[in-house]
Design a protein around this ligand. Sequence first.
Ligand SMILES: *[C@@H]1O[C@H](CO)[C@@H](O)[C@H](O)[C@H]1NC(C)=O
Ligand SMILES: *[C@@H]1O[C@H](CO)[C@@H](O)[C@H](O)[C@H]1NC(C)=O
Ligand SMILES: *[C@@H]1O[C@H](CO)[C@@H](O)[C@H](O)[C@H]1NC(C)=O
Ligand SMILES: *[C@@H]1O[C@H](CO)[C@@H](O)[C@H](O)[C@H]1NC(C)=O
Ligand SMILES: *[C@@H]1O[C@H](CO)[C@@H](O)[C@H](O)[C@H]1NC(C)=O
Ligand SMILES: *[C@@H]1O[C@H](CO)[C@@H](O)[C@H](O)[C@H]1NC(C)=O
Ligand SMILES: *[C@@H]1O[C@H](CO)[C@@H](O)[C@H](O)[C@H]1NC(C)=O
Length: 218
Amino acid sequence: MASSRFLFSVCLLFMKVLAMAQQPSDQPVMLYKDCVGKGNYTTNSTYQANLNQLLTSIYTNTEINNGFYNFSYGQDADTVYSIALCRPDISPDVCRVCIRNASDSLVRLCPNFVEAIGGLDNCMVRYTNRSIFNRMEKGPYFWVYDDRVNVSDVVGFNQSRMTLLGRKGKKRNVIIIIVIVPIAVSVILIVCVCIFLRARKQKEEEEVKGNFRGYFKC
Ligand SMILES: *[C@@H]1O[C@H](CO)[C@@H](O)[C@H](O)[C@H]1NC(C)=O
Ligand SMILES: *[C@@H]1O[C@H](CO)[C@@H](O)[C@H](O)[C@H]1NC(C)=O
Ligand SMILES: *[C@@H]1O[C@H](CO)[C@@H](O)[C@H](O)[C@H]1NC(C)=O
Ligand SMILES: *[C@@H]1O[C@H](CO)[C@@H](O)[C@H](O)[C@H]1NC(C)=O
Ligand SMILES: *[C@@H]1O[C@H](CO)[C@@H](O)[C@H](O)[C@H]1NC(C)=O
Ligand SMILES: *[C@@H]1O[C@H](CO)[C@@H](O)[C@H](O)[C@H]1NC(C)=O
Ligand SMILES: *[C@@H]1O[C@H](CO)[C@@H](O)[C@H](O)[C@H]1NC(C)=O
């Protein structure tokens, strides 16, 4: 009896250990990340200290409430530049927690990489040793699929999405600019010229009767 209870306890313990092994930590899983292969910093270097200081200063900052952070820290070659961005529909508090989680995960998953980018559902964090502020960069980029929801009306969903992303609106705007605007301008011009010629004709007919004939007959 006692031995079977002991066995049961051992089994329970074993299962717990197994469960812990499957979930090595509470850390949230990054939705996407890229440890950019631009070079490595050495452990305990000034760059590493600056990086940690910088990331901490982002998620402890309570003055910025718009969800966009562009911070840099350090000097010369040890300067770290970082951008953090939150989804606009989350509160500043949730944003800060998300940036903290994302920063911790990124530094852990990209050990010693001078440049890395990654995100959770609510936010993304990027850091590097080169100035990236006010600069257009096309990469790295990610495809992120969300298979938690499946769409039944694919066509309707697609249309709504395209409208939301401005694809259709953009096309319509282009059509307006390319076709409708020139036509409208031409019509207005013709009307103006006609009115002008008529006015001149009338005036001239009044002043010097029959002396001048307009080239245009409107
Ligand atoms: C960034 O770090 C890499 C690797 O250490 C180095 O090759 C590169 O010159 C650094 N870039 C700048 C702008 O300091
Ligand atoms: C940086 O370190 C990682 C392993 O930590 C290695 O895979 C990578 O090649 C290194 N990059 C450079 C540029 O040394
Ligand atoms: C980095 O610093 C920590 C604490 O000061 C120390 O325990 C660790 O051994 C150091 N690592 C390296 C690679 O110097
Ligand atoms: C941040 O991580 C903690 C656990 O480390 C988790 O409880 C929390 O939900 C995470 N929050 C976000 C926004 O990722
Ligand atoms: C950082 O962002 C602020 C707005 O939040 C902007 O005024 C500033 O010019 C930016 N700095 C750089 C270096 O991009
Ligand atoms: C949605 O569909 C995909 C592919 O058909 C499938 O792998 C996924 O499990 C589905 N998700 C849900 C929530 O039904
Ligand atoms: C979604 O709509 C766009 C434009 O209306 C079309 O080009 C695309 O093929 C559609 N995709 C699907 C999966 O229906």
